[in-house]
Structure formats: structure tokens, C-alpha cells
Design a protein around this ligand. Structure first.
Ligand code: COA
Ligand code: AMP
Length: 627
């Protein structure tokens, strides 16, 4: 029998989600089989696999070892920034994880407790995540590029019993001292964890605080391994904070059962991956892409994952990705379009690609930001293998739209992530909630229920979950992206319709950067917008209006303002330009006209909006920006 056509599989997934996902659930090893696939007794809250009991770590590690695959490589740590490469078999990784689970248990962590992980791209970050899963504890990984204030917000919200961190991270141009940032965050935070476990790296050791901090190696040496704790399918596995419109991050909650089922389904059907193959996601464990496809997806499947501590360029050159592919026999590579644009900038003819044997590579997957057709064409031509754009978000945890390599691959339309993935009933709606016609742009929504593996709620904030995602169009999940479906059912994602900025595939909040600018005593009001950038997709740009009587020269002010954003949001915000302007364009009700500002900053011939309060502000803005 040949493969099922995409359209039939998709139709079945939305017409009979119960049957579809029950079948998919058989790929997971359960302690207790779920009674049914979908619990829809409490809309708009839906839960997957009620009554089911499992352990995600058991599914990711133990069961592969029990099946005789203990010698298979689970994780290859390739770190050009430290000049090391370490290989961990499934048996070795299991041993580390069980022992670190012992460390956490001895620190008082049990089922339901939170653990914040603030670490660079080292194997210990993966060990810590899986150790939490082993105990039924809830991890919350915070990306290393965030500043203490952002970390403090997450500590306050998640209230972890233990924090796991490292002495430092390593960027190509500098050592990033993580531990002092953690200490600063704990000073700012109203919450005190019982213990901090610190991995000492030789590049820069950290000072440990008596009574609170313990050394990773010492704790591991003293620990007894801990067994897997069965949890309900609906129990939380992790919280991952993501940027919303305001400065307060949203704590996306992922369950155990739906997550394992969905990721396993996606590994085979979206990525066409098989156990034993090498799967490399070049991202960071601090982002959702890292959670799903560096850690959980490949390990649940029994594949080998690559953990790469380096950059696409500069570590040491634009051939770095091709070196990793050839050295480890990577079959599937997943990264962000920005990384490819950076490689292309440094090596436009792809001469460095020729240096390596990359014949193991079967497909390249890209996500995190829009894949522009030009980058798509270059990559597809140079690599000569399928290049697959797929669209998703922290909230969904796996692809909403993609080209299903393992199911029924379709012809590519550059600029489109292809079609809705089975499980997602994607609709494009007008502001009144009517369906848009083919080619008509509107709000991209997903009809409820969302499939397994997607967010259950926001941590300790059901109301914000409903207000942010479910109230705009009752019965639908609002993705926050705008776009259209064409006459062939291909989806085109045109960008965010809110104030979320996407810089180099990193999701950042305009509100958080504005809050940082507003702390400067000279600033009366400000706005941050994302403008198009040929390398990073978007870059943030700040605009400030000064208080009356401020005499500081503007160059000094700009330097101070940029430093504030770096200090308060983090280096990753990469705000490099702030302009002092006479006024911000606003509507008569006081709303900043960001779209208009963005158009002007990008040099477009922006029409004057009819709602504008004072049109003369626009002329002043235009002349500042062209000056
Ligand atoms: N910890 C601490 N700081 C970090 C960090 C981390 N984990 N990651 C990035 N930073 C810092 C960088 O050092 C840099 O600081 P600087 O201003 O002192 O130079 C700043 O944050 C911006 O970093 P980055 O976004 O990496 O920009 P860049 O200009 O240094 O490099 C690229 C450009 C294209 C090479 C880089 O953006 C890249 O690798 N992009 C791919 C992104 C990606 O994989 N995203 C995954 C989402 S799926
Ligand atoms: P994050 O939650 O950090 O993964 O960011 C999700 C956002 O990134 C989405 O809402 C989109 O705006 C954008 N995004 C991710 N992948 C794509 C893609 N393939 N095409 C267009 N936009 C994307």
C-alpha cells in the first residue's frame, strides 16, 4: 500500500481527532493506557489522553536502553567554542540523568515542583531537563542571552525550588558570566530557591555561596540514581516563557502525554526521521525549537541528537555547519533562515560546502521566522536536497504548517511553509471572524481543539491564556500571525499582527524594550518597532521623545539608552539604533501607529492614516529618519 494522500490524513485528523490521536498514542510507552484521547468536557480548555500515565524521561531514555540500544549514540556534543566533542550513548546519558535526578530529589524536588535551568549549550542542560522529567518536576529553561531582570521575572512567576546554572557561557567574542547574572537576578527576585546547582566550566569559574550553591560535579559524585516517577498525561512537563506584547513574559505550559505523542508523530511524519539516525537542530535549548527538536523529539524516537555550541559563522567560518554534518553523519538539519543568510553572506558561492562530504544530509528544515524566497532558492540550489520551511511557535511546540516529508511531500511554493499539518484546522479570518477567501489576508487562527503537544494554558494564569489567545474569535486559537491560504490550500505567513519582534529567529517583546528605555530619566515617551533587516529578518529600532529641558547631547543619550536595553533585556535584544524624535505618531485615542512608523523606517511611501491625531509628527519623523 502506498502512502496516504495528505488531504485524506489531514481531513481525518480534524474530523476524528479522537481516533487519529489514539492511534498515534501507541508509539508511547504508557504505565497506564489513557481512557480516551481527548477530554473536551471543559471548553475552551482541552486535555489530551486523560487517565493515561507515563514518564517522558522513560520514553526518551530508559525504554531504548531496555530494548537493547544502550550503546547507540544519544547525544553528540560538538563545541567549536571550547574545541571539544563528546559523545554520549543512551546508557551513559541515562546514567547521568538518573544521577542528576538523584541530586534534585536530595535537594527536595518532587513531582510538580519547578526547576529553573539557566545554562549555555552544554550536555548538562539536557541532563537537567530530562532529570526533571524523570521526577515529574516541571522545568523552565531560560535562554542565556537574557539579562538578570528577564530571568528574575521568570523566577518570580515559576517559583522554582532549585535553579540549575553554569559558571559561564562562551560567545565567539567573549565569555558570558552566567553565575553573576543569576546572582543579580536572585537579588531582584522576590523568590528564593532552596538551592542552586552550578556547573563549573574551566573557562571561568564562579564563586559559590555557602549554604545555597552546590557544585554540579560534587553533587553528582555523591548522588544515588533516582527512578522514573509516573505522572498523569495531563501533568505539566515544562513551562517555557515567551515574549508577549507586554513586558511580562507568557509561561507556556506543556503537558507530558500530548507532548510525547505529538513529537513522536512529528519526527516521523514531518521530518521523516528514523531511530538511529543523526538529527541536528542548530538552535538553543532555551527556545522551543531546542526543547522539541534538540532534546525531546530525537530522544523520544531513539535517534542521535547533536548539541552544537557554536555559530553558523565565525566558529571558525561559514563552513562550520557542513563540518558538523560531515563529521557526525547528520541526516536531518534544522535551523533558522538567519543562520543560512549569515552563511551565504560570508560564503556566497558556497565554496566551503565543497570542502566537506555532506552526502549524509537528506533534508534541511527551516523555521523561527519567514523563509524569504531568495534565501530558499539559494539554499535549495547549493544543497540540492529538499529545503523545507515550516511554521510554528512556542505555544504550539511543533509545526502548524509544513511540507510533510514522511507522509506525502508536496511541491514547494517559495514563500509558503506549504500546508496545515494534520491536527491543525487552520482558518484565516477577517476582523469580524468571517472566513477569508483564497488569497485574502487575515488573522491566522486554528479551530479548537488544538492538537496534542500544544499549550495547555499559561502558568498560573488561565485568564491571560483565554484573553491572549481564545477571546478574539470564540472557538479559535489566535496565532498572532497574519497571512492567507491560496487557492491550493497553501498557507502564506506574512508576519506578526502584534508587537512581537522576531530578531534572528529570536522572539522579543517590543514592550520589554520600551520599558527599559522608559527607565531613563530623560525619556518622556518611547516606542520600539521591528524593521526589516537583510540578515536578521527584523531588527529592533527605538524612538524616544525627550522630556522638556533635557540638555544632554543626543549621542551620549543614545549610547546610554542602548546600554539600558542590553542591561535590562539582554544582549540578544540587539537594539543598536535609537533616534530622538519630536513626537510619536498616534491615533486620537493615543495608540502609537507602529505600522506607519515601521513603513517610514523601512523607507516605504506610507499613507497618512485617517485616525492620526497630528499629521505634522509624520513629517518630522520622516526627516529625522532620512537625516
Ligand atoms: N548567551 C549570551 N549571549 C548571547 C547568547 C547566549 N546564549 N546568544 C546570543 N548572545 C549575544 C551575542 O553574543 C550578541 O552579543 P554582542 O552584541 O555582544 O555581539 C547578541 O546576543 C546578539 O546575538 P546574535 O543574535 O547571535 O547575533 P550576532 O550578530 O552575534 O550573530 C547570527 C548573527 C546570524 C550569526 C546569529 O544571529 C545566529 O546564529 N542566528 C541563528 C539564530 C538561531 O539559530 N535561532 C534559533 C531560533 S530557531
Ligand atoms: P517562537 O515562539 O519564538 O518560535 O516564534 C514564533 C513566531 O515566529 C511565529 O508566530 C511567527 O511570527 C514566526 N515564525 C516562526 N516560524 C516561521 C515561519 N516558518 N514562517 C514565518 N514566520 C515564522
Amino acid at each position: 500500500m502506498g502512502p496516504m494522500p495528505y488531504a485524506d490524513v489531514h481531513a481525518r485528523s480534524v474530523d476524528d481527532p479522537e481516533g487519529f490521536w489514539k492511534e498515534a498514542a501507541s508509539a508511547v510507552t504508557w504505565y497506564q493506557q489513557p481512557e480516551r484521547a481527548l477530554d473536551s468536557d471543559r471548553p475552551p480548555f482541552y486535555q489530551w489522553f486523560p487517565g493515561g500515565e507515563l514518564n517522558t524521561c522513560y520514553n526518551a531514555l530508559d525504554r531504548h536502553v531496555e530494548a537493547g540500544h544502550g550503546d547507540r549514540l544519544a547525544l553528540v556534543y560538538d563545541s567549536p567554542v571550547t574545541g571539544t566533542c563528546r559523545r554520549h550513548t543512551y546508557a551513559a546519558l541515562l546514567d547521568q540523568v538518573a544521577r542528576f535526578a538523584g541530586v534534585l530529589r536530595d535537594s527536595g524536588v518532587s513531582k510538580g515542583d519547578r526547576v529553573v535551568i539557566y545554562m549555555p549549550m552544554v550536555p548538562e542542560a539536557v541532563v537537567a531537563m530530562l532529570a526533571c522529567a524523570r521526577l515529574g518536576a516541571v522545568h523552565s529553561v531560560v535562554f542565556g542571552g537574557f539579562a538578570p531582570k528577564e530571568l528574575a521575572l521568570r523566577l518570580d512567576d515559576a517559583r522554582p525550588k532549585v535553579v540549575v546554572s553554569a559558571s559561564c557561557g562562551i560567545e565567539p567574542n567573549r565569555i558570558v558570566p552566567y553565575k553573576p547574572m543569576l546572582d543579580a537576578a536572585l537579588e531582584l527576585s522576590g523568590h528564593a530557591p532552596d538551592r542552586c546547582v552550578i556547573l563549573q566550566r574551566e573557562q571561568e569559574r564562579a564563586e559559590l555561596r555557602e549554604g545555597r550553591d552546590v557544585d554540579w560535579d560534587a553533587a553528582m559524585a555523591a548522588a544515588e540514581p533516582a527512578a522514573c516517577v509516573p505522572v498523569a498525561a495531563t501533568d505539566p512537563l515544562y513551562i517555557l516563557y515567551t515574549s508577549g506584547t507586554t513586558g511580562k513574559p507568557k509561561g507556556v505550559v506543556r503537558d507530558n502525554g500530548g507532548h510525547a505523542v505529538a513529537l513522536l508523530w512529528s519526527m516521523r511524519n514531518v521530518y521523516d526521521a528514523r531511530p538511529g539516525e543523526v538529527f541536528w537542530t542548530a538552535s538553543d535549548v532555551g527556545w522551543v525549537v531546542g526543547h522539541s527538536y534538540i532534546v525531546y523529539g530525537p530522544l523520544l524516537l531513539g535517534a542521535t541528537t547533536v548539541l552544537y555550541e557554536g555559530k553558523p559563522v565565525g566558529t571558525p567560518d561559514a563552513g562550520a555547519y557542513w563540518r558538523v554534518v560531515s563529521e557526525h553523519g547528520v541526516k536531518t538539519l534544522f535551523t533558522a533562515p538567519t543562520a543560512i543568510r549569515a552563511i551565504r553572506r560570508d560564503d556566497p558561492s558556497a565554496a566551503l560546502m565543497e570542502k566537506y562530504d555532506i552526502s549524509s544530509l537528506r533534508a534541511l528544515f527551516l523555521a523561527g521566522e519567514r523563509l524569504d524566497p531568495d534565501t530558499y532558492e539559494w539554499t535549495a540550489e547549493k544543497l540540492g536536497i529538499p529545503v523545507i520551511d515550516h511554521w510554528w511557535q512556542t505555544e504550539t511546540g511543533w509545526a502548524i504548517a509544513g511540507n510533510l516529508r514522511g507522509l506525502d511531500p508536496m511541491p514547494v511554493k517559495p514563500g509558503s511553509p506549504t500546508v496545515p499539518v494534520p491536527g491543525y484546522d487552520v482558518r484565516v479570518l477577517t476582523p469580524l471572524g468571517e472566513p477569508c477567501g483564497p488569497g485574502e489576508e487575515g488573522a491566522i487562527c486554528v479551530r479548537l481543539p488544538l492538537p496534542p503537544g500544544t499549550l495547555q494554558t499559561l502558568w498560573a494564569d488561565d485568564e491571560r491564556y483565554i484573553a491572549s489567545y481564545l477571546s478574539a474569535f470564540p472557538g479559535y486559537y489566535l496565532t498572532g500571525d497574519g497571512g492567507y491560504l491560496d487557492e491550493d490550500g497553501y498557507l502564506f505567513v506574512m508576519g506578526r499582527t502584534d508587537d512581537v519582534i522576531n530578531v534572528a529567529g529570536h522572539r522579543l517583546s517590543a514592550g520589554a524594550m520600551e520599558a527599559a528605555l522608559a527607565t531613563h530619566p530623560a525619556v518622556a515617551e518611547c516606542a520600539v518597532i521591528g524593521v526589516a533587516d537583510h540578515l536578521k529578518g527584523q531588527i529592533p529600532r527605538g524612538f524616544v521623545v525627550l522630556k522638556n529641558g533635557v540638555t544632554t547631547d543626543h549621542d551620549t543619550l543614545r549610547v546610554e539608552l542602548i546600554a539600558r536595553v542590553r542591561e535590562q533585556v539582554g544582549a540578544v535584544a540587539a537594539l543598536k539604533r535609537v533616534d530622538v524624535v519630536a513626537g510619536l505618531p498616534k491615533t486620537r485615542s493615543g495608540k502609537i501607529l507602529r505600522k506607519t512608523m515601521r513603513g517610514i523606517a523601512e523607507g516605504a511611501d506610507e499613507p497618512v492614516p485617517s485616525t492620526i491625531e497630528d499629521a505634522s509628527v509624520l513629517d518630522a519623523l520622516r526627516s529625522t529618519l532620512s537625516g
